[in-house]
Design a protein around this ligand. Structure first.
Ligand code: AMP
Length: 623
């Protein structure tokens, strides 16, 4: 049997000799990505690529280390370690005096009055620090691509002025990289979604909430004769934000709440740090779930602390409100209105907070784009821009058809396909499903891509749970699952239970990470296995339907057994046990069951069971 396609599989495509990479040079973390023929991916170790902390340690012996190691050792070597150097890039010492206190190394006046760091008797400029980060990213890229990397597209915040952009170029040069383009971060985020490659005029808002900063940018895509230059057709209309607002504030507020409830938790200063760290863990764990418990080691011992979604939402509410005020300000500055915003894109780790997504959706009156990892979306977009600069791959993410069928897993591991391959984009489809157990109050929706009949042979795109279904007998809830794929290939899947109106949804980008060869292989395998797959699908469906039939018949029989002829009951029970044995065999190994014989047994039971159902209905009417 062929191997199932794992979603983490890495495309291995030929890389040109002088590739251009995309770099997100972040305040806290930095990433490098490359756009393969199959689409962009972040380079380096780990399944999602390497995230390099923008932390640099200048050892007294002249050695420089970058990333995770200096970040972890930061407290011990505070006077040698620089983090968040980006905040000072291209700024004068005078301008930055107010937030110089936030650095663990002294900020002094460097050459030409610019802000610089005093480390071990020497002066290091912020762009020299950035150069070390870029050098590290270059090493990551070269190891992954297996070739020398000398050119990059580098992103900067939309509000960076000329001096800050020039400092970024200088940093690249020091790292042996030519910055072929400096691109605004929100523009890159939009490009990662394929926005801006269709030459349509559009107005976009990019909402970026990270660990320590928030900014929102309103951009226009301006199509025109010279739009062939790619990102040049993005025009920033306004930006607004707050350089001291982010996920860290949420962590601190949660910790404060715990301390208010039990002041003994923070007996010593370092207890607060342990509680803030536990608060972050609790916050992240609440991405899926209604409540969570975490442990924190404080002076008084190890304490278990609880946090519910409702409490987290309450803590976030004033912070989220401040971000929305900034959104309103940006719209005003751009002389536009919510109604004129065509798309909203989410960037930054804190946009994973459900309350943030919901508030943004409510404010803008539309679902924001959130399918791509908000920590990686800027780097991915930078690499898309790099591919455009490198040689006209403007069609990169612009698929006009859906390359592989899309569907969901149903009970027993079969696949219900909702959108067939080669359907033109945009596309919509919906289908009705139900529950398989009495009183079932939640269902798991597993979104799949592929041509095979069984979920295990398809590519998993994501799962989500629809909760809050009122308890009803199996098969009674009406769960409508809707697929919508927009012209950029972003798939939104929504599940609604009609009677209770409970709803849940997910967004994914199905084409990411698949090469043309993989698409071809999936199609080939589906043809090779078509007959066996169909047989299996049939057995699984027969089992699912038969189990429900057996349940209904069993219940009816229990009620009216005494009113029925004993020989009929004996025949019925024999037919039931025949079907039950086949169901059990199918549950153990669906391949061992012959579907025609199973179907014949099920039909025989269907015919025989009419009498018991009629008797049960008559009995109900009499009562
Ligand atoms: P960034 O600066 O974009 O890397 O974002 C980092 C922030 O995102 C930190 O405050 C994290 O605690 C936060 N974050 C990361 N994952 C999650 C999550 N699943 N839910 C809520 N916040 C998260």
């Amino acid at each position: 049997m062929p191997e199932p396609i794992a979603s983490t599989e890495r495309p291995r495509a030929p890389v040109p000799t002088d590739p251009i990479v995309g770099i997100d040079l972040g305040t806290t973390n930095s990433l490098v990505a490359y756009c393969f023929d199959s689409g962009p991916r972040v380079l380096g170790g780990g399944s999602g690529g390497a995230i390099v902390p923008s932390v640099v340690r200048f050892h007294p012996d002249g050695i420089v280390t970058v990333g995770d190691a200096p970040r972890r050792a930061r407290a011990a070597f505070a006077s040698e370690t620089v983090a968040s150097a980006k905040r000072l890039m291209g700024r004068s010492a005078r301008e930055t005096a107010e937030f110089a206190r936030g650095f663990s190394v002294p900020v002094v006046e460097g050459p030409r009055g610019i802000a610089a760091f005093a480390i071990a008797g020497r002066t290091v400029t912020p762009h020299e620090v950035a150069a070390e980060v870029l050098r590290e990213l270059r090493t990551v890229a070269e190891a992954d691509l297996g070739t020398q990397v000398r050119r990059a597209v580098i992103t900067v915040p939309a509000y960076f002025d000329d001096a800050q952009r020039q400092a970024t170029r200088d940093a690249a040069r020091l790292a042996g990289l030519e910055a072929v383009r400096i691109v605004n971060e929100p523009t890159a985020a939009a490009l990662a979604y394929g926005i801006g490659q269709t030459r349509r005029a559009e107005r976009i808002a990019v909402y970026d909430l990270g660990g320590g900063t928030f900014d929102v940018t309103v951009l226009d895509i301006v199509p025109g004769e010279d739009a062939g230059t790619g990102a040049d057709c993005f025009q920033v209309l306004a930006t607004a934000g707050d350089t001291a607002l982010g996920g860290d504030d949420v962590d601190r507020a949660v910790a404060r709440r715990w301390i208010e409830a039990d002041p003994a938790l923070a007996a010593a200063d370092h207890d607060r740090a342990a509680l803030v760290e536990a608060a972050e863990r609790a916050k992240v764990a609440l991405s899926d779930g209604a409540s969570v418990r975490v442990e924190a080691g404080v002076s008084a011992g190890v304490r278990t602390l609880a946090l519910t979604r409702a409490e987290l939402d309450a803590v976030c509410a004033p912070l989220v409100a401040r971000t929305l005020e900034a959104c309103a300000r940006a719209l005003r500055d751009a002389q536009t209105t919510v109604a004129e915003i065509d798309r909203v894109v989410l960037v930054g780790g804190s946009t994973r907070l459900a309350c943030v997504r919901e508030a943004v959706a409510r404010f803008f009156g539309k679902e924001p784009y959130a399918a791509l990892d908000p920590d990686r979306v800027v780097a991915l977009g930078a690499s898309v821009q790099a591919a455009i600069v490198a040689g006209g791959r403007r069609d990169l993410l612009l698929l006009d058809v859906i390359p592989l069928s899309l569907g969901i897993e149903t009970v027993g591991g079969a696949v219900a396909k909702l959108v067939m391959r080669n359907s033109p984009m945009p596309a919509r489809a919906h289908e009705r499903f139900s529950t398989s157990k009495d009183g079932q109050t939640s269902v798991r929706i597993h979104v799949l891509q592929g041509e095979r009949e069984l979920a295990e042979h398809c590519r998993s795109l994501g799962t989500f749970d629809l909760r809050g279904i009122p308890p009803m007998p199996a098969g009674i809830p009406q769960i409508e699952v809707a697929f919508a794929i927009d012209q950029n290939g972003v798939l939104s899947v929504t599940a609604v239970e009609r009677r209770s109106a409970c709803e849940a949804s997910i967004q994914v980008v199905p084409s990411y990470g698949l090469t043309q060869e993989e698409v071809d292989r999936i199609e080939r395998e589906s043809l090779e296995n078509a007959r066996a797959d169909m047989t299996l699908h049939r057995v699984i469906d027969l089992r699912v339907h038969s189990e429900l039939d057996l349940k209904w018949i069993g219940e009816a029989l229990a009620r009216v057994r005494t009113a029925l002829d004993p020989s009929y009951v004996a025949d019925l029970e024999r037919a039931m046990s025949d079907v039950r044995e086949r169901c059990d065999a199918a549950a153990r190994d669906p391949r061992s069951v012959e579907p025609d014989a199973f179907n014949a047994a099920k039909q025989a039971l269907d015919r025989l069971s009419m009498k018991v159902h009629e008797t049960a209905i008559a009995d109900t009417l009499r009562r």
